[in-house]
Design a protein around this ligand. Structure first.
Ligand SMILES: [Mn+2]
Length: 317
């Protein structure tokens, strides 16, 4: 089988990454995105992702973006609003695929941005970046329909390669799900070998699957049927043990795009960046901004009810 030369692959990746203001970007991406390109892109970007530690440590100013779930217009809004800001890093909390109609476009755009700006874009793993979830919740079907039946497996390598956690300015922990009874110190995350399918139990699963519960103390079995829910006492204990101030996580719809489940306590915040999620909700979406002085702000994404691939009413920057 023929394959792309590195310079050909890089040329396409650069073209996509530089086209954020293209009026029909979703269509444009699909026009570039044949199986030859995907078979070049995934091993190439996976090597970059694998070179990152399980816990990525960063300093500076950030935006933190919650679940996108294949909602291309929400992603595009965030990118247009932020990508040109000098020195800003974008930290994504995972769940790029499934449920929405444009998982391929979302994932390909993010991976091309990662290739071109590996330090600026941090892509953490969500529980949907797994074989079991993508077989059931839309991504595999989308691959079969939009590309071909053989391409889905090619994506597995990048699911297995995303780092798990980010620590911002030594005080804010970013993770898709939450904490785990199997962890007291953050450096225990470094001991996980993450290059695999998400297991059915243990620390890796909990980090990607657990949820906060304001009505409990300690850990208790989750209503999801796997992993745990945790109380504020466990969050406080974990933050104290590790000299951290706050946990930012995604994984649950929040009506305003963000929510402090232990409010008025602000030790943990949920950020969710897919508006009118899965067309079952009429939730707002938001992302979080963190200045280099540590000031926190939430930015609402305008409701984009129609997640049409052809929509062009997104302001350009
Ligand atoms: Mn999730």
């Amino acid at each position: 089988m023929s394959s792309l030369k590195p310079e050909q692959g890089l040329f396409i990746a650069r073209t996509i990454a530089n086209s954020i203001n293209n009026d029909n970007l979703a269509i444009f991406i699909m026009s570039k995105c044949n199986s030859l390109f995907i078979r070049w892109l995934i091993p190439f970007v996976s090597e970059i992702l694998r070179s990152e530690p399980n816990v990525v440590k960063l300093e500076g100013k950030f935006v933190v973006i919650g679940d996108i779930h294949g909602q291309f217009n929400d992603l595009l809004y965030i990118l247009r609003a932020t990508h040109q800001i000098e020195g800003l890093n974008l930290v994504f909390l995972g769940d790029y695929v499934d449920r929405g109609k444009n998982s391929i476009e979302v994932l390909i755009l993010l991976l091309c941005l990662k290739v071109m700006h590996p330090k600026k874009f941090i892509l953490l793993r969500g529980n949907h970046e797994s074989i079991a979830m993508t077989q059931e919740h839309g991504f595999q079907n989308e691959c079969n329909t939009k590309i071909n039946k053989n391409i889905y497996e090619v994506f597995h390598e990048c699911f297995f390669s995303f780092p798990l956690c980010a620590i911002l300015n030594n005080c804010i922990m970013c993770i898709h799900g939450g904490i785990s009874p199997h962890m007291s110190k953050i450096n225990e995350i470094d001991e996980i070998s993450r290059f695999c399918e998400v297991p059915e139990e243990g620390l890796l699963m909990d980090l990607l699957w657990s949820d906060p519960d304001p009505y409990i103390c300690g850990f208790s079995p989750s209503v999801r049927g796997k992993t745990y829910m945790f109380g504020l006492d466990e969050v406080k204990k974990f933050l104290d043990n590790n000299g951290l101030k706050m946990i930012v996580r995604g994984h649950q719809v929040a009506n305003e795009g963000y929510c402090y489940p232990f409010s008025p306590d602000q030790s943990l915040v949920t950020v969710f960046s897919a508006s009118c999620y899965s067309s079952d909700y009429d939730n707002n979406a938001a992302y979080m901004s963190i200045t280099d002085k540590g000031k926190i702000n939430f930015v609402r994404i305008p409701l984009l009810r129609s997640q049409s691939r052809f929509s062009t009413n997104i302001p350009k920057r």
